[in-house]
Design a protein. Structure first.
Length: 166
């Protein structure tokens, strides 16, 4: 699969089967994240991978009871150093690499932005000096995706200056 095919096939999934994400697939997802670009190659982020069903259930509660968090085969918790410049951007790039590799592996994913950082830190023993930026659910999709409509290019892109047209 080429990159644009993976980009086009990527959709948000909030329903997963009960199948776990296989260990070899987890390794591929983590390797994709590790290879993501970062400013000055500092990689100022870390991931906490949660695969145990009992831990995902607790994590679901910290994520405002979004049931797909417990149903996904794995949840990646993205943590960074809040003092590092561009750390949030670097982490987002690593997470998107996971998302694209998940497509290649036939897995679905969903970014999780609604959560209690305090509770997630408690559950996952994340140090106080770290920032939980986002979580990502990954699992075997249950059902077909519903593609969301995207804005036309002309509403998103400006040429040479804001408001500039081609």
């Amino acid at each position: 699969m080429d990159v644009m095919e993976a980009v086009r096939k990527r959709h948000t999934f909030r329903k997963y089967t009960s199948e776990p994400v296989q260990a070899e697939d987890l390794e591929k997802l983590l390797e994709a994240a590790r290879l993501a670009p970062s400013g000055m190659n500092l990689q100022p982020w870390e991931l906490v991978v949660v695969t145990r069903p009992d831990r995902r259930l607790l994590l679901m509660e910290a994520c405002n009871n979004q049931s797909f968090v417990a149903d996904a085969g794995a949840v990646f918790c993205g943590v960074d150093d809040p003092g590092a410049k561009w750390a949030d951007v670097d982490l987002a790039l690593a997470m998107e690499h996971i998302v694209l590799e998940a497509v290649e592996l036939g897995l679905g994913s969903c970014y999780i932005g609604s959560f209690s950082e305090r509770r997630v830190k408690e559950l996952l023993c994340i140090p106080r000096d770290r920032h939980v930026v986002m979580l990502l659910a990954v699992g075997v999709p249950a059902g077909k995706p519903r593609p969301a409509p995207k804005k036309p290019m002309g509403k998103l892109v400006h040429w040479e200056r804001y408001g500039g047209r081609r």
